[in-house]
Ligand binder design. Structure first.
Ligand code: ATP
Ligand code: FE
Length: 356
């Protein structure tokens, strides 16, 4: 099966071609991602209207490029998969309308894919993981533990009750006058910092369960910064490094402890090949990644981290999820609807239909 995937739910316009053989061995033949960071930079966040217009302008070009890089035309494609939610609705609609046009014009079947399911199924594309496995999705917009039991079966064990960790990294960078996106910059600063100088809170560790919280951490950090400024009229380069190190250590501790708990619940299912897979931009952080790997080691669980370009937003994961849905016999249809909200464990709710 060879599928075209289209993704436009946030600030990346993406198209990809993925081919999978009968044995489940898959190949990403092309994956085009056009970011929009520079368009939104002046506004301090993604502006939905600008994002939607940029998707509408660029997606056709992304599709063209993906097809030509794969050396294929639409007529060699077995199916089209498009992100139909959740996300910024203007962007999702741009992708959905383009996909419907292509599907109707080329007479190809069309599948709507949940963006989060795309992330969650990626370790099967890259590593052929068998169900069930535990997924930790940590990005700029999400943070949750899922047991992935099937193509459309996800059990959410817990997630953030406020900010996502990537968002927290970005806000910390902003508070300290560092560049965006904050994650890589804060990680670099933290490398030369002393994580023990500031002890920031580890929110929700005292409460049972797998829920996480990161907004209190940011407030504590703001207080630490302001105390330093009041004390000596500014913060030094070393202060900044120490704050970053302290912040990263707190996030790492929280993610590690909650991963322990999520693994305990997951291992009760006695999976044949126990595995934890990560997705999302924060999984690029070396300290966090190493700690998660240690936690897995302690639990006798395989640790799977797909390459970063497939961990962050991309369309290869959408094409792959489409292939999985087609194989599972899930219905295709040109009448799918775009959804701004679409929690994964409600995946069982109808995806096809007028939605009226
Ligand atoms: P989503 O995909 O959930 O809608 P998103 O598009 O913002 O959200 P990603 O593209 O997966 O998410 O990841 C971007 C986020 O990852 C940013 O918040 C960024 O700061 C963070 N990030 C990237 N690299 C690192 C790093 N080395 N350490 C920590 N965070 C990082
Ligand atoms: Fe995403």
């Amino acid at each position: 099966l060879t599928f075209l995937g289209i993704e436009s739910s946030c600030d990346d316009s993406a198209a990809a071609v993925v081919r999978a053989d009968e044995n489940g061995v898959a190949e990403v033949m092309a994956s085009v991602v056009e970011g929009q960071t520079s368009l939104h930079a002046a506004f301090g966040g993604v502006v939905p209207e600008i994002a939607a217009r940029a998707h509408a302008e660029r997606l056709d070009y992304c599709v063209d490029r993906a097809l030509s890089e794969a050396g294929l035309s639409l007529h060699n494609i077995d199916g089209i998969a498009v992100t139909s939610g959740p996300g910024l609705i203007g962007g999702v609609l741009s992708g959905v309308m383009l996909a419907k046009g292509l599907a109707a014009g080329a007479k190809r079947p069309l599948w709507g894919v949940n963006h989060l399911a795309g992330h969650a199924l990626t370790p099967r594309l890259t590593d052929g993981l068998p169900f069930p496995y535990l997924m930790l999705l940590v990005s700029g917009g999400h943070c949750q533990f899922l047991i992935v039991e099937g193509v459309d079966r996800f059990r959410r064990l817990g997630g953030t009750i406020d900010d996502a960790p990537g968002e927290a990294f970005d806000k910390v960078a902003k508070l300290l006058g560092l560049a965006q996106p904050g994650g890589p910059v804060v990680e670099r600063e933290a490398a030369d910092g002393n994580p023990a100088r500031f002890t920031f809170p580890r929110p929700l560790l005292d409460r049972p369960g797998c829920d996480l919280s990161f907004s209190g951490l940011k407030t504590a950090l703001l207080r630490a910064r302001d105390a330093l400024v009041a004390e000596k009229c500014g913060i030094t380069v070393q202060d900044r490094r120490d704050i970053c190190a302290g912040f990263q250590a707190a996030v790492t501790d929280v993610l590690a402890e909650k991963t322990h708990r999520a693994l305990a619940i997951y291992l009760e299912q006695r999976p044949l090949v126990p595995a934890l897979a990560v997705a999302g931009g924060v999984a690029a952080n070396k300290t966090i990644r190493a700690r998660l790997e240690t936690v897995c080691g302690e639990n006798g669980v395989r640790f799977v981290a797909p390459p970063l370009r497939l961990c962050t937003d991309n369309a290869a994961m959408i094409a792959w999820a489409g292939i999985e849905q087609a194989r599972a016999g899930m219905p295709s249809g040109i009448d799918l609807v775009a959804r701004p909200r679409w929690p994964l464990d409600a995946q069982a709710a109808p995806m096809i239909g007028s939605g009226k």
